[in-house]
Design a protein around this ligand. Structure first.
Ligand code: ADP
Length: 241
């Protein structure tokens, strides 16, 4: 579903990504993790089509990402960023339904979808009339997830979605996300700095360093067959080894 083939990207002559290759098969989830500055966000922005690789190819749903396909491909992907990334001057409902309105969905269809999404992410519907500043961090993130799911994309991308939340809110949201992605059979690529979260939400983990993937696999593989000392050190630092 998501295919990255030998993608490289430099900023001012410095390589941020060095020939990255990986696949996320349909209905599977991959968590990208690694030290700050290792290239996680750059990789995510390539997949969303916000930036282009210097070389290499990104495909989503077997369609190569090019300037002419980027917009159409973006509609097949829901993107959730830290703290929801909501427009502050629009209500929660308006944030969620923005794209559907632009695509001229019928009012009844929009209303129905909004109600079913609120139920799915367990957001009390009366909160939908509020502005982002009138919601808690966890509620904002639930609205952000509703927005990402609105057009029912096959692919969901999450960039540190739980980064700004306290541990209990975070843990509830992680459980809900796992249920939602499994039930809706989404293909998921996420960035996190928390190995516990990566292992909980990702079928596989890709541990990155200096613009490259050091090892990709389930947490048990990383634990039992670390590709390099760095893998064990990283797990140890996260108290997982
Ligand atoms: P991460 O998300 O893992 O923290 P990033 O993808 O943000 O890493 O950054 C990877 C590298 O690219 C870092 O060295 C960072 O300083 C650099 N970088 C990221 N974005 C830009 C940019 N817009 N201009 C210049 N350098 C950048």
């Amino acid at each position: 579903m998501i295919d990255i083939e030998r993608a490289s990207k430099s900023y001012q002559g410095r390589e941020a990504l060095r020939s990255i290759t990986f696949t996320v098969p349909a209905e599977r989830s991959l968590a990208l993790i690694g030290p700050s500055g290792c290239g996680k966000s750059t990789l995510m922005r390539l997949v969303v089509g916000l930036i282009r690789p210097d070389s290499g190819q990104i495909s989503v749903d077997s369609v190569p990402m090019t300037p002419s396909t980027a917009r159409e491909l973006r509609l097949r992907m829901g993107y959730v960023i830290q703290d929801g990334g909501l427009f502050p001057h629009l209500t929660a409902a308006h944030n969620v339904t923005l794209m559907a309105r632009q695509l001229r969905w019928e009012v009844a269809r929009i209303r129905e979808r909004l109600a079913s999404l609120a139920e799915l992410v367990q957001l009390p519907p009366d909160l939908l009339g509020r502005y982002p500043a009138q919601l808690s961090g966890g509620q904002r993130q639930r609205v952000g997830i509703m927005r990402a799911l609105m057009l029912d994309p096959k692919v969901i991308l999450l960039d540190e979605p739980m980064g700004a939340l306290d541990p209990i809110v975070r843990s509830h949201l992680q459980q809900d996300l796992k249920r939602i992605f499994r039930d809706l059979r989404k293909t998921v690529l996420m960035v996190t700095h928390d190995m516990g979260e990566a292992a909980y939400l990702g079928d596989e983990i890709a541990l990155m360093r200096d613009g490259a993937i050091v090892q990709k696999g389930p947490l048990d593989d990383l634990r039992q067959r670390p590709a390099e000392a760095f893998v064990s050190e990283f797990l140890k630092a996260q108290r997982l080894q």
